[in-house]
Design a protein around this ligand. Structure first.
Ligand code: GYE
Length: 346
């Protein structure tokens, strides 16, 4: 009789032990599977919010690197100041993020902080504009546009248009409202125009930065109109500047359009994401837009997936882009023996 309760107690203990073991196995596997699915932490330093292009770019990054896609994203807006971006990068390094994504304001001045990221073993993906660093191993890869090619395509379009309209090169009087000085987008687009002006013999009257904003575009155009009375083409390095420039031209009592032989001032620009600019394109107030694609989020997501899987992505990843125009005569342009179709918008 005395032995029975003893046996029961042993069986009970055994049962408890088995359950305990099983639950510890269960909790271990749970831990394992959560660590497999652990969110990837990304610090994203965006340079600012100067344009519609930038807003679309930020939106694309935030929606691709989302919680649902397995990311823990720390987003910092640099408010158009490189110093803020450097501070953000240092904070990401301190927080030991898995990846840093940097959309840099200007090209130079990144060597030190990128070295710090490299020393901390954090891969850096550059988006949109480039960084100009002595050691290219300071960043893993880059995704963005060929800004000089954009400028060359636009210049080729202007060349085709003026030639077919019978306008002599010396009668092409251009002003350039540049983007943020020292940014890749400005450098490339300005180079595309100035080389073409030199090669074709156009009169490139003046260049000044409009900071990629509508307000500065308006101011710069107003001062150009005040200083020069023979402008017939305005090359705006983004759509927001073009919208401001059109305002200034109309406020000065002049007409915008492609009929420059009859006194219209032709406006051309870059981006093709701003609804107002696309409307102006349809109306013929902007004659041609070189597309610049801001939707980098899904591409960055792919690059991170490649890195997570232990792969090595391409160092430079270009996005494909086209030209949009409401002028039906010019259907393609050629740059360095490559022909690009023009998307005629009506
Ligand atoms: O064209 C402009 C923006 O770097 C490509 O920056 C980008 C440029 C874009 O503010 O609208």
């Amino acid at each position: 009789m005395g032995k029975k309760p003893h046996m029961v107690a042993i069986l009970l203990l055994l049962a408890i032990f088995t359950v305990a073991c099983r639950s510890s196995i269960v909790s271990e596997t749970t831990q394992e599977s959560t660590s497999e699915k652990k969110d990837v932490t990304v610090g994203f330093s965006q340079l600012g919010a100067e344009s519609d292009w930038r807003a679309a770019n930020t939106e694309s990054m935030l929606s691709a690197l989302s919680k649902e896609n397995g990311f823990n994203l720390i987003y910092k807006n640099g408010q158009q100041k490189q110093a803020n971006q450097v501070t953000a990068l240092r904070m990401f390094i301190q927080q030991e993020v898995d990846y840093i994504v940097l959309a840099p304001e200007t090209e130079t001045g990144w060597d030190f902080v990128l070295q710090e990221a490299k020393d901390a073993g954090i891969p850096v993906i550059i988006v949109d504009r480039r960084v100009d660093v002595a050691d290219r191993s300071l960043y893993t890869c880059w995704v963005g546009s060929d800004f000089e090619l954009e400028g060359q395509k636009m210049a080729a379009w202007i060349h085709e248009y003026t030639r077919s309209a019978g306008i002599a090169p010396e009668d092409v009087h251009i002003v350039n409202i540049q983007g943020t000085l020292g940014s890749s987008a400005q450098l490339g687009r300005t180079r595309g125009l100035s080389n073409a002006a030199r090669d074709y013999g156009w009169d490139l009257i003046a260049e000044e930065s409009g900071e990629f904003t509508e307000a500065r575009g308006r101011e710069v155009m107003a001062s150009f109109l005040h200083d020069y009375d023979n402008i017939n083409i305005v090359y705006c390095e983004n759509d927001n500047e073009a919208i401001g420039a059109i305002d200034a031209i109309e406020a000065a009592g002049k007409r915008v359009g492609s009929d420059i032989q009859n006194g219209e001032i032709m406006v051309v620009s870059f981006d093709g994401i701003n609804a107002q600019a696309l409307e102006y394109l349809r109306q013929g107030k902007i004659s041609c837009i070189a597309e610049c694609n801001p939707l980098h989020g899904p591409r960055v997501l792919e690059l991170i997936e490649t890195l997570e899987a232990g792969g090595t992505p391409e160092k430079y990843n270009y996005v494909p882009e086209t030209l949009f125009s409401s002028v039906p005569e010019i259907t393609s342009v050629t740059v360095d023996d490559v022909t690009y179709e023009v998307d005629i918008v009506s």
